[in-house]
Design a protein around this ligand. Sequence first.
Ligand SMILES: Cc1cc2nc3c(=O)[nH]c(=O)nc-3n(C[C@H](O)[C@H](O)[C@H](O)COP(=O)(O)OP(=O)(O)OC[C@H]3O[C@@H](n4cnc5c(N)ncnc54)[C@H](O)[C@@H]3O)c2cc1C
Length: 329
Amino acid sequence: MTDDILIFAEQRDNRIHPAALQLVTPARALADKTGGQVVACVVGDQIDTAAAAMNVAGVNRIITISNTSLAVYSATRYRTALVAAAEKVQPRVLLLPASFMGRDLSPRVAARLSAGLGTDVVELDLDGDGALEIHRPIYNGKASAKLTFARDRLAIATVRANTFPAPTDGGAAATESLAFTPGAGDDRITVKGIERAGGEVKDVAEADIIVAGGRALKNEQNFALLYKLAKELDAAVGASRAACDAGYQPHSRQVGLTGKTVTPKLYIAAGISGAIQHLAGMRGSKVIVNINTDPEAPLAQVADYTIQHDLFKVIPALTAEVRALKAQS
Ligand SMILES: Cc1cc2nc3c(=O)[nH]c(=O)nc-3n(C[C@H](O)[C@H](O)[C@H](O)COP(=O)(O)OP(=O)(O)OC[C@H]3O[C@@H](n4cnc5c(N)ncnc54)[C@H](O)[C@@H]3O)c2cc1C
């Protein structure tokens, strides 16, 4: 085992996942302590732009595993590729984004390498013996669990998006490519195609700003109000489960326990009561704005700002104000 920290640099269509860039910050902090290097592994086909983005973020070394059979994500093939990179680097710690891909891939890699795995991590450090120590929220974010890994074997962690900033002061990484050799059983699962849910609109899991709506929006057409505000703020549109179940928005936009976990810099909730299952998915947001006519709505308890007013008046006014401010600057 070396003192290096390996990052799985998730990409799709040659576009690096923002959460992968953010991994460079904790990876560097760990590498500063171990005295090792930060190594990124980019897996896919035609991944030069994605690799270049990791270089800008400031890793020391980039390993690309490029093959036409890796063009779309396959749990088994990507596992084989990442295991090969880990066997080459022999890192102390392997970090992946806590994205859908990271969540799918990490246990498979951990099982192959007999490594420990911590998921949805928000804090990482090394203890006095040099073992990885992580914190992960539990009970819908109401408590935090501290886990310490064995020092003598690989530790793998998936890290929650938007927990760390993405550095941009790199540019001097050494790049090498590793040939992809399919493993036995890789074709037990075959990906026949990927159908995107939610079209080209920004995904809540990747957005810095989210404008979310609840049952109070009353119908799909009224969500256009939120889309207008989201456009001005370059934000994604999210929704409560009640709004998704009623068909106002697709379930790909649902935030919460059975939806997506989001940690944006700004979360604007309009007409959402803040049921515990909704809070489970968004209480990690940096700044929360609650627009609700009911001052007793539970969301007010976690919100930084509450606008106690009718959303149908507040959202258009907010949109006009943002537009005016942008016109001034
Ligand atoms: C196992 C399980 C899993 C679940 N998973 C999720 C999940 O992932 N995500 C999720 O969101 N929910 C989830 N739920 C459902 C959750 O319990 C709530 O039912 C749901 O979040 C309520 O959605 P809502 O806040 O949009 O609606 P409501 O609770 O009906 O709230 C609507 C709010 O709008 C306000 N309002 C009304 N009119 C206006 C207006 N004109 N202007 C401003 N405010 C107004 C009201 O005061 C109210 O607070 C789950 C439930 C279960 C049992």
